[in-house]
Design a protein around this ligand. Structure first.
Ligand code: HGY
Ligand code: MN
Ligand code: MN
Length: 413
């Protein structure tokens, strides 16, 4: 199949999916268990069906398309990514991996291969954790790592739990464990994804072979002070939550810089309550997202944040909570599958390099227990999680051929 045709099919699907956003004209906002998610899933179901796949949606809101193999009981080859997005994100993060997995199914069919095992395309419902502050909900549910208690525990900023959001979306959260696949039923997981960083674009390299994905810890920190009049309350009588919280926040980035090994730490969300310019803040909520390929670094920064909060809230006379939203260790990806793709790139004359992923992915949770591999395509200027996120459709086409070659090898074993 010519590259033009493959590029055209990927472009058609990604252009078609762009419409499913809550912020048209200002990036892609497709949060889990929303109208935009529902519309995107229905679109994906049509495209999967047209590609000859047997489609179903599971108890968590993940959507699957299955190409049956000779032995349906053999561990399947699964390929895909997530269909949710961050707020005001780009048009490629996650969803391009789902579209390229459907494209791989088309190419496998056009090659007329007789798969010995099922080839399963998947679109996961909530990789970002943008709405509930968590992460990898869909892939975690597929592995049996998300239960009813988890669904009730985590809430969005409107106080809606995953549990209630699922009910509003038409799912039964009491059945979340039905989403678990039997142990051993998934033989390998392949994920094609944009790099979301600057390396491939800056070095003009066509494809990225991901050998490691960083570990991540995420927290929601709440610092409690006391609301007071901003004009009449003397400085030494205040329990100023902003003063205490910012003394901690201002240190976090430097603690990551000191590691000097790619470790990163981000405070992406800060909220003051009641949030009036003439009121001493009663409460401050802020998030922390810490990532490193060295788990000890993550634990060290977490420890330092907790110690600083102990000190500053004691000084202020207030208190704090540091609620863990996600803890996941770094993962090394499949050397065997990386080698197969590396040899294929060399044979086809595609430039490629091995690199670690600073972004988390469904592969991060899946790769903890199943042989997994990721293939990156360049992100223009390294930008992502913003409306200017861009990758050429022809780059996706090249990557889809390499991943289809890998899938074919695995399916013919
Ligand atoms: O946050 C991340 O790294 C990914 O985009 N979910
Ligand atoms: Mn992603
Ligand atoms: Mn993302």
């Amino acid at each position: 199949m010519g590259m033009e045709k493959i590029t055209g099919r990927i472009a058609t699907d990604l252009e078609g999916l762009k419409q499913f956003t809550a912020t048209p004209g200002d990036g892609c906002t497709r949060l889990p268990f929303t109208k935009e998610a529902r519309d995107a899933v229905e679109y994906l179901k049509v495209v999967m069906t047209e590609a000859g796949l047997e489609v179903h949606e599971d108890a968590a809101g993940n959507v699957f398309g299955i190409m049956k193999g000779e032995d349906e009981s053999a561990p399947c080859v699964m390929m895909g990514s997530h269909y949710d997005s961050v707020r005001n994100g780009g048009d490629f993060d996650g969803i391009a991996g789902v579209v390229c997995a459907i494209e791989a199914a088309r190419q496998l069919r056009e090659r007329g291969i007789a798969p010995k095992r099922n080839f399963v395309v998947v679109g996961f419902c909530d990789e970002e954790g943008m709405r509930f502050g968590t992460g990898y909900f869909g892939s975690g549910a597929m592995l049996g790592n998300r239960d009813v208690e988890y669904c009730k525990k985590f809430k969005d900023t409107d106080g809606i739990s995953i549990y209630d959001a699922m009910k509003g979306y038409g799912l039964d959260p009491e059945k979340i464990m039905d989403a678990k696949w039997p142990d051993g039923s998934i033989g390998s997981f392949l994920e094609l994804h944009i790099e979301q960083g600057p390396v491939l674009d800056a070095e003009n390299i066509e494809l990225g072979l991901v050998d490691c994905i960083v570990g991540i810890q995420r927290y929601m920190v709440t610092v409690h002070g006391r609301a007071d009049h901003a004009g009449t309350t003397p400085m030494d009588m205040r329990l100023d939550a902003v003063d205490a919280a910012t003394k901690v926040i201002s240190k976090i980035a430097d603690w990551a810089r000191e590691k000097a090994d790619g470790t990163v730490a981000t405070t992406g969300y800060i909220n003051t309550v009641p949030g009036g310019m003439n009121i001493v803040a009663e409460k401050v909520e802020f998030t922390v997202d810490i990532r490193s390929s060295n788990n000890d670094n993550i634990n060290d920064i977490t420890r330092r944040i907790r110690a600083a909060l102990d000190h500053e809230t004691k000084e202020m006379g207030g208190s704090y909570e540091m609620d863990n939203k996600l803890t996941i260790t770094p993962v090394m990806l499949s050397e065997e599958m990386l080698q197969i793709m590396e040899d294929d790139c060399r044979e086809k004359g595609y430039s490629c390099k091995r690199l670690a992923s600073g972004a988390g992915h469904d592969s991060l949770e899946i790769g903890q227990v199943i042989p997994t591999v990721m293939l990156f395509v360049p992100s223009k200027d390294g930008r992502s999680h913003c409306p200017v996120e861009f990758t050429k459709y022809s780059d996706f086409a090249k990557a889809s051929v390499i991943m289809t070659d890998l899938a074919q090898k695995l399916l013919e074993r």
